[in-house]
Design a protein around this ligand. Structure first.
Ligand code: COA
Length: 390
């Protein structure tokens, strides 16, 4: 097993122009807002404007990384998404003119529900282990969409996280151990003809917990750390309460006492951004990492656990340690700005955006100018998506 130091050198995230407050949704659905605030642990959710999609938020997440680090030796760009814009072309290719991706990099799109970002990170680690002079840009970008008036509706959201993966990382060094669990299960899926996901919510919660336990067992069998060693646990967060549920399940399955205060201490800081952004599918786990790094006391040298789950399903338990000096490389102010500058959305407009269909006639269709963010989908014409930056 190779042990050269490699991991996350830089991390940046972006979200959409709009945010819908869960109080608005609760009133409309006639439910107690505490079901959302306390029951699932969500306050708001990011909603894409008419001229936003996963390409525009991926560009916004990745641009600051290229500005800070340049493009030299970025030989691979891996974009993970389950809300892609094309069945054939990789979404990352639209980023070339928008943010100046190098032409001397392979660009590929990855898919396995919410697990795709972790696949990107691990594939990047493999490429760097082979040639430590190379760097890999991993982007996880998603817009989560469930049916209106369905139980999944309050667990929508959107975000993109971009990570520069390299040798001698400035933020997080990945550890070599990793535990895996995959199984064929229909807990969440989206057939090609649908824009909103199909989900069996209760099955997915149970499948997530079982997969976490199995991936942990595999991680330990392969020589990973003990549960008591971790300073924090970054879980995939379809809704933030899920991280608490999964951690309690994991502790109990290993014969530990699941003390609520102790669980809160190792989970709380990972949930601040997800509480207000909502489910960002592939990006969710890494948004949890950004939230932890920005909000927790000094984590230098501390081991962190990562639990990635993608319905269908694949789970991975892996770990990393926080590098000395990591705080100088964080983007805390920009991250808070991305969240705080979202425009509030009223219910009628939210519903209109949700119900909008992509044109399929091949004619020129200008997109309504809505977003105040740096990149927008300007039009769809001749079945091509036309993006612009400003
Ligand atoms: N105050 C406080 N808590 C309340 C409440 C209130 N007024 N009303 C309900 N709750 C609690 C419930 O007790 C429950 O808590 P628990 O999970 O600890 O038992 C929680 O809120 C959710 O209520 P529930 O009735 O189970 O919600 P639901 O049937 O509407 O659906 C999901 C919940 C998660 C199944 C649904 O949002 C969903 O399908 N989400 C998409 C799939 C998903 O995210 N899966 C996760 C794994 S990938």
């Amino acid at each position: 097993m190779t042990t050269i130091p490699l991991g996350i050198h830089d991390l940046s995230f972006a979200t959409t122009h709009y945010a819908l407050d869960h109080a608005v949704l609760a009133e409309r659905l006639g439910v107690d807002p505490d079901k959302f605030y306390l029951g699932i642990g969500q306050d708001k959710m990011s909603v894409a404007a008419a001229d936003e999609d996963i390409v525009t938020i991926a560009a916004a997440a990745a641009q600051p990384i290229l500005e800070r680090n340049g493009v030299d030796n970025i030989r691979t760009v891996l974009l993970a998404t389950e809300s892609g814009v094309d069945q054939s072309k990789a979404a990352g290719l639209y980023l070339h003119p928008l943010i100046g991706l190098p032409n001397t990099a392979r660009v590929v799109e990855l898919k396995q529900a919410c697990y795709g970002g972790t696949a990107g990170l691990q594939f990047a680690a493999g490429l760097i282990a082979r040639d430590p002079s190379q760097r890999v840009l991993v982007i996880a970008a998603d817009i989560a969409k469930y049916e209106l008036d369905s139980p999944g509706e309050p667990t929508q959201g959107a975000a993109a996280v971009a990570m520069l993966v390299s040798a001698d990382p400035a933020i997080l060094r990945l550890e070599p151990h990793s535990g895996l669990y995959s199984a064929d299960i229909m807990d969440f899926w989206r057939p090609n003809y649908r824009t909103a996901a199909m989900v069996d919510g209760k099955t997915s919660v149970n499948a997530y917990q079982k997969a976490t336990q199995e991936a942990w067992t595999d991680y330990r069998r392969r020589g990973g750390r003990d549960l008591t060693e971790f300073a924090a646990f970054c879980y995939h967060q379809p809704f933030t309460k899920m991280a608490y549920k999964a951690h309690r399940h994991l502790l109990e399955s290993q014969g530990h006492t699941a003390d609520p205060a102790e669980i809160d201490a190792v989970i709380r800081h990972t949930t601040s951004y997800n509480r207000t952004v909502g489910n960002s599918y592939t990006a969710s786990l890494y948004l949890g990492l950004a939230s932890l790094l920005d909000n927790a006391d000094d984590l230098t040298g501390k081991p962190l656990a990562f639990i990635s789950y993608g319905s269908g399903s694949v789970a991975e338990f892996f770990s990393g340690t926080v590098e000395p000096g990591y705080r100088e490389h964080l983007r805390t102010e920009a991250n808070r700005q991305a969240i705080e500058t979202r425009a509030p959305l009223d219910y009628d407009h939210y519903r209109e955006l949700h119900e909008a269909q992509s044109p399929s006639d091949g004619m020129y269709h200008a997109t309504p100018e809505e977003t105040g963010r740096p990149f927008r989908l300007a039009a769809i014409s001749g079945h091509k998506r036309i993006y612009e930056s400003r």
